[in-house]
Design a protein around this ligand. Structure first.
Ligand SMILES: [Zn+2]
Length: 172
């Protein structure tokens, strides 16, 4: 209850979620087009986040983007709940990778994140959806910008399946 006071209640509106869904779709469609036509800056970013840029790796990410897009277009505010325990304070969101009902559980960090850009609400949504087994089967091998860049250099095969790396590739 004390935590509630820190977040302006007005932010917790369905409109915030709807905006995150709609803008995520735009971001994903944009990145899909750029990657499909091998846009040079996009390929540089791809290599930076995933440590590789061969056709196999690009194929995996292209397919993942298409799947996240497909599921994003079916989402509504009904797919969202708030995390109901104290860990909520330090969390952006959670999802169960095998959840057929496809519920995204939002933590307090989600509401104070910017809508787009690094560690944004759109990025959080894209990150969570990538965890779904049918979508990307990604893991949280590591989090945060600098650790993800390091992972790409040290272990590209993990970077390819790291949710934050995928999030950064789409949102930045
Ligand atoms: Zn995650």
């Amino acid at each position: 209850m004390i935590g509630e006071k820190k977040i302006p209640r007005i932010l917790k509106k369905p409109g915030v979620i709807k905006d995150a869904i709609e803008i995520s779709i735009v971001l994903l469609e944009n990145k899909l087009q750029l990657l499909e036509r091998n846009d040079p800056d996009t390929i540089v970013a791809f290599k930076e986040w995933f440590g590789q840029d061969d056709e196999g790796a690009k194929g995996i990410i292209l397919e993942r983007i298409k799947r996240v897009l497909r599921v994003s277009k079916k989402l509504s505010v009904e797919n969202f709940k708030e995390i109901n325990d104290k860990k909520s304070k330090t969390k952006y969101a959670e999802i169960y990778p095998d959840d057929e009902l496809l519920m995204v559980y939002l933590g307090e960090e989600f509401w104070i994140a910017p809508i787009t850009g690094k560690d944004s609400r759109c990025g959080v949504l894209i990150h969570e959806l990538s965890h779904l087994n049918d979508i990307g089967g990604t893991f949280d091998y590591t989090r945060g910008e600098s650790d993800c860049l390091m992972l790409a250099r040290k272990d590209p095969s993990d970077a390819l399946y790291n949710a934050d790396s995928f999030e950064y590739f789409i949102e930045i």
